[in-house]
Design a protein around this ligand. Structure first.
Ligand code: FMN
Length: 464
């Protein structure tokens, strides 16, 4: 590739990082960084530690001869850095190279490269992603978040290509900023008639209590992206700036086609093995989903042993060992949480539960009431609602699942019954059978318009 060749020749060149970007990541303002470079001011140990982390995270090295004072924005590439940068191609960010070396000046004068921090590439003001939340996030929410300077997401995993087309169009009607389109890439479900009938029989008393009967059989209510060529065609045509995957990875041809279309690819991972698989497959950025996280666990194989890594440990593990930029997700609710994620080496934080109570969300009244009540202090991982482990506010359904959830049919076939039970219960005014997904930070959820929530989090980050 042309850029790779230029980068290889530029291996010993100096690069200047955009100063305002470095300042923002370090949590200081640009004039302070300039004063620091010039030796006129000391931003304090915290900012200096962050600067060091940013530079190390960028795969670059200090120039010791410049001394501490000047080291903030001048980097020197090594062969290792160039390899790391080449791995990131398709990652998106564009940083201009400059050099004083006449041997390489010509070749890199106009060269741009993909950098280690995709957040910069998207032109975000805040390193914050509103999590895609099927059934909860909406085009209005994604657009409000993106318009406020963070990255909004729409979740199209539970719909088909036509539904996704409509959601992308609805979002684009409200924003011309980048947003993320999220897909489920799970292994296709097994159809196990005997187990499924046993499951429906076990649920029958719950349906009866709501004056309803269970469905006669389970259905695959939506399909994995890995098996949805129409969805791939749509995405290649629509070319969203960011696409993220949950529950696994699509095939090599799908990844290649989406990268060719210029999309930045993210994947949820819950351990190092999944992270390495994602990197090997060509994913650009990892979403490190800790066990605290609300909603479905993104684990590739729901039947594999689960180490249940928390956000803190998982983020550090992946930043240190996975070789890709990391977005931290799980239990992050405010500016201090986002700041902590950055301190752990994440390039951004992804927040889901924090946005459920926003007016732009499609959470129903019972869900909102539960989230606002003391019930929010108790979340549990359950498989009974959908067939995959997911963290939910403790409710009647999770309680039943804890006692009856031994041989659960596959996702999303189980979900067909779960959704039917909730619909029947809601007719009776019973809200305790909903998929009320929420993370462990649920009691910290705020009822604010999405843009105001972003502004509040940004303010908290400045204060943190
Ligand atoms: C209501 C809800 C729905 C979710 N749906 C999705 C989804 O459709 N796709 C996805 O990748 N992640 C989904 N997630 C998981 C989020 O991407 C993210 O990992 C999680 O929200 C982070 O934890 P937090 O909720 O504590 O912030 C969902 C989370 C919640 C709370």
């Amino acid at each position: 590739m042309q850029i790779s060749g230029k980068l290889a020749r530029a291996a010993r060149a100096l690069v200047e990082w955009p100063r305002d970007h470095v300042a923002r990541l370090a949590g200081i303002d640009t004039p302070m960084l300039a004063d620091f470079e010039a030796g006129r001011a000391d931003p304090g140990d915290d900012a200096k530690a962050r600067l060091r982390l940013i530079l190390e995270q960028g795969g670059a090295v200090f120039l010791p001869e410049d001394g501490e004072q000047g080291a903030g924005v001048r980097l020197k590439f090594t062969a290792r850095d160039v390899r790391a940068i080449n791995r990131m191609e398709g990652g998106g960010a564009r940083w201009a190279l400059t050099t004083s070396d006449p041997a390489v000046a010509g070749s890199i004068a106009t060269a741009h490269m993909d950098c280690m921090n995709p957040i910069d590439a998207l032109g975000l003001s805040f390193p914050l992603i509103q999590a895609p939340m099927a059934g909860v996030s909406t085009p209005a929410m994604a657009a409000a978040v993106s318009n406020a300077g963070a990255l909004g997401s729409i979740a199209v995993g539970a719909t088909d290509a036509a539904g996704a087309r409509a959601m992308i169009a609805a979002t684009r009607a409200l924003t011309d900023r980048p947003f993320n389109v999220n897909l489920f890439a799970h292994a296709p479900p097994r159809v196990r008639p005997a187990e499924e009938q046993a499951w429906l029989a076990a649920l029958a008393p719950l349906f009866a209590a709501q004056d309803a009967a269970p469905p006669t059989r389970l259905e695959t209510i939506y399909h994995s992206f890995a098996q949805d060529p129409a969805m791939l065609d749509l995405l290649v045509e629509a070319r969203p700036r960011v696409i993220s995957f949950h529950f696994g990875l699509p095939g090599a041809a799908q990844i290649a086609a989406l990268k060719q279309a210029g999309c930045l690819l993210l994947a949820s991972v819950t351990n190092l093995d999944e992270a390495v698989a994602a990197r090997t497959a060509g994913i650009n950025v990892l979403v490190a989903q800790g066990f605290e996280a609300g909603g479905h666990r993104g684990m590739f194989d729901p039947d594999a042993p689960d180490a249940m890594l928390g956000t803190f440990a998982l983020t550090r593990l992946l930043v240190a060992k996975a070789g890709l930029p990391v977005i931290a997700a799980g239990g992050i609710m405010d500016g201090r949480g986002v700041r902590a994620a950055l301190d752990l080496g994440a390039v951004a934080a992804q927040l889901g539960t924090a946005f459920i109570a926003c007016p732009e969300s499609s959470a129903d009244a019972a869900y909102r009431a539960a989230l606002a009540s003391p019930a929010a202090q108790h979340t549990v991982m359950t498989r009974a609602i959908s067939g995959r482990p997911a963290r939910c506010l403790a409710n009647r359904f999770t309680q039943w699942g804890a006692e009856n959830g031994d041989d659960v049919p596959d996702y999303p076939r189980t979900y067909a019954a779960g959704k039917a039970l909730n619909a029947a219960a809601k007719i009776q005014g019973e809200g305790g059978y909903g998929a009320q997904w929420a993370g462990q930070g649920a009691p910290l959820a705020r009822v604010l318009p999405a843009a105001d929530l972003i502004a509040a989090i940004a303010e908290e980050m400045r204060e943190a």
